[in-house]
Design a protein around this ligand. Structure first.
Ligand code: FES
Length: 340
């Protein structure tokens, strides 16, 4: 089946995700789009084809854990569907062995078939399996049949987290703190909660309304060591950050819930995200944000990718359909103080 999957480029996959989105359970709709932003096909192909991975890593300023092959069972723990990973993985391995060559089938239909196979194996509601099924197919495409089949196929959640229902998770994302109307009239500044890992009870920090997420992260006094990203430096808080000015790309996050409580994407943030290669969306509140530029006025739930890079101009060179115009890239080079 990998021959069939190799016949589809990044744009085909993203189109398939948009086709599937309305059928994916609400709990995983943003998460599915986020996963496909965190794990772009072009990066896997660039790493596979590189003469020197070290040179490419330097050129793209890659930091953190950017190899999906090292995270086959764990890259998707922020999807509710991760709970069904063993069944979905088994369905994909079986389909990979059978093959689909010669069939009239597109990527969206293939994901639906995997979800139906896994649901038929006793995993329940197919809408909860659809997102993780698309993730499994893309993972197979990027890492190959051998590595995919060889991974243990384990669920990486504690028993208490695994028991949470979709409606409990959706309700938690919808919850909003604040001091109530009385405080509003007295002029008390409202305090909200930013959740940066839904699977860890204590992975939260407080934010005074109007602050950028990285600013609030830095002043959070609690010790989050033990479950934060290895790129986090002492004193910087639980969201990885370097420049805090939109120049480095370190602080990108996926927004699982509360995106409407974030400030609209300003022109600078939009240009920088294109330059970094993270998104080419013109949505004022996309699922990918720079945490040092996004100001919150309510509770927000985010997920932190395990890597970062600066590759918009690389994609421009490769004509991969993302990365902004050549003029944007030139402008960003001129603006970036690190390049002088
Ligand atoms: S910390 Fe550098 S772009 Fe946000």
């Amino acid at each position: 089946m990998t021959d069939y999957l190799f016949g589809h480029d990044q744009r085909s996959w993203l189109d398939a995700i948009e086709t599937l989105a309305s059928s994916v359970h609400e709990v995983d709709r943003n998460a599915l789009r986020i996963w496909f932003s965190f794990w772009p096909l072009w990066l896997a192909d660039a790493l596979r084809d590189a003469d020197s991975i070290e040179k490419l890593t330097r050129e793209l300023d890659l930091k953190g854990e950017y190899r999906l092959g090292d995270q086959i069972d764990s890259s998707h723990t922020f999807l509710y569907g991760h709970r069904f990973w063993p069944q979905v993985k088994a369905a994909v391995v079986a389909l990979d062995a059978r093959g689909v060559e010669g069939e009239e089938i597109d990527l969206a239909m293939l994901a639906q078939r995997v979800a139906a196979d896994a649901a038929g194996a006793g995993s329940g509601d197919a809408s909860l399996l659809l997102g993780i099924s698309a993730v499994a197919l893309m993972t197979l495409r990027q890492v190959g049949s051998e590595a995919f089949a060889a991974s243990p196929g384990e669920v990486k959640l504690s028993a208490s987290v695994a028991r949470r229902t979709p409606s409990q998770i959706i309700a938690a994302r919808a919850k909003n703190d604040g001091a109530g109307l009385a405080a509003l009239f007295k002029g008390i500044r409202r305090e909200y909660t930013i959740t940066f890992d839904e699977n860890v009870r204590s992975a939260k920090f407080k934010l005074i309304g109007g602050l950028e997420m990285t600013t609030a992260s830095m002043i959070d006094p609690r010790d989050h060591s033990g479950y934060i990203d290895s790129r986090c430096r002492p004193g910087d808080g639980p969201i990885p950050t370097e420049c805090r000015s939109g120049a480095c790309g370190t602080c990108w996050v996926g927004v699982l819930g509360g995106g409407e409580r974030l400030s609209d994407v300003a022109p600078l943030e939009a240009r920088r995200m294109k330059r970094f290669g993270y998104t080419d969306s013109d949505d004022p509140r996309p699922v990918i944000r720079l945490a040092c530029k996004a100001r919150a006025s309510g509770n927000v739930t985010v997920v932190v990718p395990p890597w970062s890079g600066v590759f918009g101009n690389h994609l421009q060179d490769k004509s991969a359909g993302i990365g902004g115009s050549a003029a944007d890239v030139d402008e960003e080079h001129a603006e970036d103080p690190r390049r002088h």
